[in-house]
Design a protein around this ligand. Structure first.
Ligand code: DUR
Ligand code: ZN
Length: 139
């Protein structure tokens, strides 16, 4: 599926947002390395901190179905360009470090970023691996 198709899927998912508190609707759609599509919306909970963003809804759906590598993710929201929050950026770091991150206003109006642009100098799985290797080699 192309970027426009993925944006359409994100816009459809946005319709499903459960947002009784903020009334701010977000939708996400992602493409996995093996070309599966997963979508998500934000889901708010009366105890606010339990709220889940659209991006993480889509990513956790993909992971829980066995698709761990994301090659593109689209985000749409109620502002012209709605950017992923910090927590979602860190989750994208885990499962889509090289993914195209597409922030869309419409099918024809979108911006494309790398994770490095949105989360520079990030902490990730490789840091833990490096620390483990260091302790094993006593350096
Ligand atoms: O990138 C974002 C930013 C915000 N939200 C949600 C969380 C909450 O439900 C609402 C307002 O913060 O928007 C997302 O889903 N994704
Ligand atoms: Zn988020």
């Amino acid at each position: 599926m192309d970027i426009k198709g993925l944006i359409r899927k994100a816009l459809e998912a946005q319709q499903k947002a459960y947002v009784p508190y903020s009334k701010f609707h977000v939708g996400a759609a992602l493409l996995t390395e093996d070309d599966e599509i997963f979508t998500g919306c934000n889901i708010e909970i009366a105890s606010y901190s339990a709220t889940l963003c659209a991006e993480r809804t889509a990513i956790f759906k993909a992971i829980s179905e066995g698709h761990k590598n994301i090659k593109a993710i689209v985000v749409v929201g109620d502002t012209d360009f709605t950017y992923p929050c910090g927590i979602c950026r860190q989750v994208i770091r885990e499962f889509g470090n090289n993914a195209k991150i597409i922030i869309a206003k419409s099918e024809d109006d979108y911006r494309e970023y790398t994770l490095e642009e949105l989360l520079p100098h990030s902490f990730g799985p490789e840091d833990l691996e490096e620390a483990k290797n260091r302790s094993e080699n006593n350096v």
